[in-house]
Unconditional design. Structure first.
Length: 272
């Protein structure tokens, strides 16, 4: 953690959040939306430089943010993260599990190592973060967990077998966690973004260019959504912040689509 940034501690009653995958994309936007609600945000991920830059940017926006470098698929690393939060702040109120990777491949073409890595980050990472966070949330009087899933946990494109399997698991795990920990006053929900203009989406577009530019591919993907565009990370971050707020106090065990109507649409097109 950036020791120099901890000189001025937040008030004891201030809510504290961990956001995995918090350096970019939906994770960063979720941290921003939470920070705008007065939450202290701890950004967690593997890229120290990106985390430091993201934390600095949020602080310039008058959001209290701290970077912690580590691997969400490592129990030792995640334990160290939560222990640091407990030592520094004495509480944990919110966990946003946003860290994820998306390599391409079918079950035939993907290597065992790549399959295992997807499951380690996308599913085991949520298990580990929640495993260590829930006891501290319980001591804090309850809390909220939001898992970033995907529309591809419900319906899918081709050539992303591991990613789809991982996001389906995230939705099932969300329901299990919500049922298991309601007694602890811990609410657990998932968000299911459609195509969102993030570094992950840009990478996916770069792998599927054909004769198109990256922006043309993204525009084409956006046209599949009834709203006619891809989403913005802040639109998902706003949903995450809502689910973490008292306004969503009776919401748990559910999945919330932020997909521009993508899954509401069927492929039949009628003549004008």
């Amino acid at each position: 953690m950036d020791k120099n940034s901890l000189d001025n501690q937040p008030a004891p009653e201030t809510r504290v959040a961990i956001v995995t995958g918090g350096a970019t994309g939906i994770g960063l936007s979720s941290a921003r939306s939470l920070g705008q609600d007065g939450v202290v945000v701890v950004l967690f991920g593997p890229d120290s430089d990106a985390l430091t830059a993201a934390s600095r940017m949020l602080r310039e926006e008058r959001i209290t943010a701290f970077p912690v470098t580590g691997d969400v698929s490592s129990g030792e690393s995640v334990y160290s993260l939560v222990n640091e939060v407990q030592n520094r702040f004495g509480r944990l109120d919110i966990l946003v599990n946003s860290a994820a990777i998306q390599p391409y491949g079918t079950v035939e073409t993907m290597s065992e190592a790549d399959w295992d890595r997807v499951m380690a980050v996308n599913v085991k990472g949520i298990y580990l973060a929640s495993h260590y966070a829930i006891p501290l949330m319980r001591k804090s009087g309850g809390g909220v967990i939001v898992n970033v899933a995907s529309v591809q946990g419900i319906a899918c494109q081709t050539n992303v077998a591991a990613y789809v399997a991982s996001k389906g698991a995230v939705l099932a795990l969300t329901r299990a966690m919500a049922v298991d920990h309601a007694k602890d006053d811990i609410r657990v929900n998932a968000v299911c973004p459609g195509s969102i203009d993030t570094p992950m989406l840009r990478f996916a577009a770069s792998q599927n260019l054909g004769i198109n530019t990256e922006d043309e591919v993204i525009e084409k993907w956006g046209s599949a959504h009834p709203l006619g565009r891809v989403g913005r990370p802040d639109e998902v971050g706003a949903m995450v912040a809502f689910l973490c707020s008292p306004r969503a106090g009776f919401c748990t065990g559910a999945e919330y689509k932020v997909d521009g109507g993508l899954l509401a649409k069927i492929g039949v097109v009628l003549p004008d």
